[in-house]
Every structure is written in C-alpha cells, then in structure tokens.
Design a protein around this ligand. Structure first.
Ligand code: DAH
Length: 335
C-alpha cells in the first residue's frame, strides 16, 4: 500500500504542475481526494482490517491525505497569485456608460430652479416617526385623513414616510422663520400596483414662511417651476382641495402634455393631470414647528415628482421607473 500511495503522490505532483487555472486544480483535487479516489478506497477499507493493520495503515493514510491536501493548497495559492499578477489593467474593458434616471434628472432640474429662487435644499429620513409624518402636520391618530395615505407601519413603531411633508416640521424646528425650503425624496404607500400606481414614488416638497405671504406667491412659484422643467408654457388649473396641513388647500392640475388637453388615457380623458397639492400652511402646523402664526404665514406644496417625470418623458407606465430595466432607462439624456 505504501508504494502505491507514493505513486499516487507522484502522479498528483505531475498533474498539479500542468494546472494553469483555479478550475484545473479543483478537478485534480476531486480526483485525488474525492469519493472515487484511490486514497478514499483505502480509507474505506480500513474498517475491514485487523487491529494491527489499522495501527500501521491508519496513521499512514492520514499522513498521505494531509500531504495531498497541502500539495493542492500550495499549488492553488501559486496559481491564484499568478492570475492576480498577470491581470493586465491596460487591456480595454467592455463597459457601458450609465445614464441618469429620469427621476434624478427632473429632481435635479427642480432643485436647481428652486435654489435660484432662494430655496434651501433639505432632506429627511425615509423611516419616519408617526409624529413628523402625521401628528405634527395636524393629522392626529384617529383622523379620517389618514385613510388618504395607506401607510406601511413598521414593527419598531415608525412608518415609511407617506409624504415629503415631514420635512416641513424638521425644517421649522431646525431653522425657524423666515424660511424657504425644498425637499425632494422618496415616499411609500401601500398601493395596488398598476400603470398609474406604485408603492414607492417621489415627491418634492416646497415651503415658504415669511411675513405677508399669500396664495399669489404660491401660484407664481408653481408656474415658474413647471414652465422651466417642461421647457414650454404650461397651463395650470387651481381647484379647491383638502389637506389637513393647509387651510385653504388647493390641487394644482397641469394641462395634459400628452394629448394637449383634449383627453387621453393618461389624463383619464379629463385633459388635466393632478400634479401638486398645496395651500396656505395651517396655523397648527406652524405651531408644531415652533413658529408664531400671528407673526408669520406661509405656503407649502408637494409636487408629484414621479408623475412629472412621466409627463416630461411621456412614460405611460409608472412601473418602468422602478424596474431597473436598462433597455428603457438608458435612453434618457445625461444632464
Ligand atoms: N403631502 C401631500 C400628499 O402627499 C401633498 C401636499 C399637499 C403637500 C399640500 C403640501 C401641501 O405641502 O401643502 O398628498
């Protein structure tokens, strides 16, 4: 047996010499240490040997096994090192240029416009407390308005924020009045998915607090932002709306750019797309942020960023945006 095992080790050494890559080594390893190996058949035969034979052959087989394992490991290390050394980083690499996601492009455009208008860009947490997402915004625990935003409540008592409006309170607390902030961000709602609904989408929050602020200021700001982003004149329509954190509240609709206001599936044949929720900040919200509503007034708005990107790029199915499908996403310009 001893002689035969010596032969095995010799032929292993020869085979290892011929290996040039990691995969070769793994094949050799299984040949010499695997179930069908000579070594293994000797090991299996141990059980039929006498005690005396076992005493001699057991340690011998163990020693050979260790020797084989070491030879294989050493050669593997050699090859891996060689592979690393022979890696030529000057060789041309076949890679594809990435491009900005449509949401990123539109978000950047709006924040650039708003920065020029004197807004500070801020951002808040996606995992938010119930207080900042609802209560401080004048939506107490049992308020029916909570039904408007189907919420993901987390086991730790927090929520996945349903709106970027939580930034209003953070900003008031952090900076006080007067204030102009713009807060783009991702929000989450428990929606049934279809071409117009996603459970993860984007908004941009805007808020101005100062002395003698009126709805005129809101309309001026909105008109300018939307016109510049869409790179064309846009027709806006103001409708009365309801949000607990504003009084009065408005929905701002934009004439559908896909059909030009005539009516199509995207605008549900109404000619308009609901794009912005807005209004004059409710005194209770100012108070939550530590600002005296007798001294200051303000307006706030939330732009449906995902919807705006869909309008701008004429994307008819919202699910494409979160799909990661590069065939679709890479066609957008890099800004
Ligand atoms: N947070 C609202 C939503 O997600 C949108 C909104 C409405 C934001 C009115 C505002 C506002 O700042 O004043 O539906």
């Amino acid at each position: 047996m001893k002689e035969e095992l010596k032969e095995v080790v010799l032929s292993l050494q020869n085979e290892l010499k011929d290996c040039t890559k990691e995969a070769d080594i793994l094949n050799v390893k299984s040949k010499y240490l695997g179930k069908k190996s000579t070594l293994n058949s000797y090991l299996a035969s141990l059980k039929d040997m006498t005690v005396e034979e076992k005493k001699v052959n057991g340690p011998l087989l163990n020693q050979i096994k260790k020797e084989i394992e070491k030879l294989v490991e050493d050669r593997l290390e050699e090859i891996v090192n060689q592979e690393i050394i022979s890696f030529d980083e000057t060789l041309p690499v076949d890679y594809e240029m990435g491009s900005l996601h449509p949401i990123t492009i539109v978000s950047k455009e709006i924040t650039d416009i708003m920065r020029r208008m004197g807004f500070t860009i801020v951002s808040g947490p996606e995992m938010e407390s119930d207080y900042y997402n609802f209560e401080a915004l004048n939506v107490p625990k049992d308020h029916p308005a909570r039904d408007m935003q189907d919420t993901y409540y987390l086991d730790n008592g927090m929520v996945l924020r349903t709106q970027t409006s939580d930034n209003q309170i953070h900003a008031m607390e952090n900076y006080g009045a007067p204030l102009r902030i713009c807060a783009p961000g991702r929000v989450f709602r428990n929606e049934d998915l279809d071409a117009n609904h996603e459970n993860t989408f984007f908004q941009i929050e805007g808020m101005v607090i100062d002395k003698e602020i009126s709805i005129e200021n809101l309309l001026y700001v909105m008109q300018n932002i939307l016109k510049e982003v869409m790179k064309q004149e846009v027709n806006l329509r103001l409708r009365p709306g309801y949000f607990p954190f504003t009084e009065p509240s408005y929905e701002i609709d934009m004439e559908c750019l896909i059909c030009g206001g005539v009516g199509c599936p995207t605008c549900k044949n109404s000619g308009y797309i609901e794009m912005v929720g807005s209004g004059m900040i409710h005194p209770n919200v100012l108070k939550s942020g530590g600002i005296d509503p007798e001294k200051y007034t303000g307006f706030a708005f939330g732009i449906g960023l995902t919807r705006l990107a869909m309008m701008k790029y004429k994307i008819s199915d919202v699910r494409i945006l979160n799909s990661g499908d590069l065939r679709y996403l890479k066609q957008f310009e890099i800004n």
